[in-house]
Ligand binder design. Sequence first.
Ligand SMILES: Nc1ncnc2c1ncn2[C@@H]1O[C@H](COP(=O)(O)OP(=O)(O)OP(=O)(O)O)[C@@H](O)[C@H]1O
Ligand SMILES: Cc1ncsc1CCO
Ligand SMILES: [Mg+2]
Length: 238
Amino acid sequence: MQDVANGINALGASPIMSEEQNEAEAMVKMCNSVTINLGAFTEPQLEQIATVCAFANKYQKPIVIDPVAVGAVEYRTERCNELLDQIDVSVIRGNAGEVAALADVAWNSKGIDAGEGTGDLEDIAKKLAKKRDCVVVESGKTDIITDGDAVVRIFNETDLFKLHVGSGDMLSSTIGCFCGVEKDPFEAAQTATVIFDVAGELVAKSMKQPLAGSFGPQLIDELHLVDVKTVEKYAQYE
Ligand SMILES: Nc1ncnc2c1ncn2[C@@H]1O[C@H](COP(=O)(O)OP(=O)(O)OP(=O)(O)O)[C@@H](O)[C@H]1O
Ligand SMILES: Cc1ncsc1CCO
Ligand SMILES: [Mg+2]
């Protein structure tokens, strides 16, 4: 949660975390976008999450969902699908295992990690985007972004992302920030993802020794420093 708040704050956005149902309407009215992270929730929190999402739909604030570990635990898949049945989301951002689970595709997921499967990653992402009528960002070595028809692939990467727990959560919240300033969630998701991936790649390239512990803080520093010129110079996508 700290990395998520610091990462998007460093980028120039303004995070606020909320867990109280009674402030849901005021929070949603105040914000530009809502990111729901399903990393660790209890049943009462699910109620609060549903309330926040209902207000977000009412006040037309975009919602980004991070369906943490839904592929690994059936309970999570069920709760996440129940939530998605009730609301309109702009973007779902998950790894291959999470996206496959929500797209009803068999996959061998492992905890918060992507796990392994044999399906075509782009087809699976498109299937979920069509099912939920939203943009899907399926992260991995190559990040796949789709609205169900068009597909954009972002190639900037570093293995250090995998060693830093919370990289995915930071990416989801970054997408949330860009959805708050760009009406088209497909555009917003692409911009956020390429900035995040370039920032991580630049950190990895600048490190004398690629170490997990120092990657996180340096990623936040790079999100602070990174600018449009740098992203344009290093971005690799099609
Ligand atoms: N195999 C990989 N090689 C390089 N970069 C990767 C790889 N897998 C993911 N990434 C990058 O890591 C970032 C987070 O994506 P990831 O798929 O790891 O999310 P996640 O599984 O939800 O992570 P978290 O552990 O934070 O929940 C993305 O920017 C993505 O490009
Ligand atoms: C480790 C972990 N557990 C719930 S959320 C989270 C961070 C990765 O999403
Ligand atoms: Mg994750």
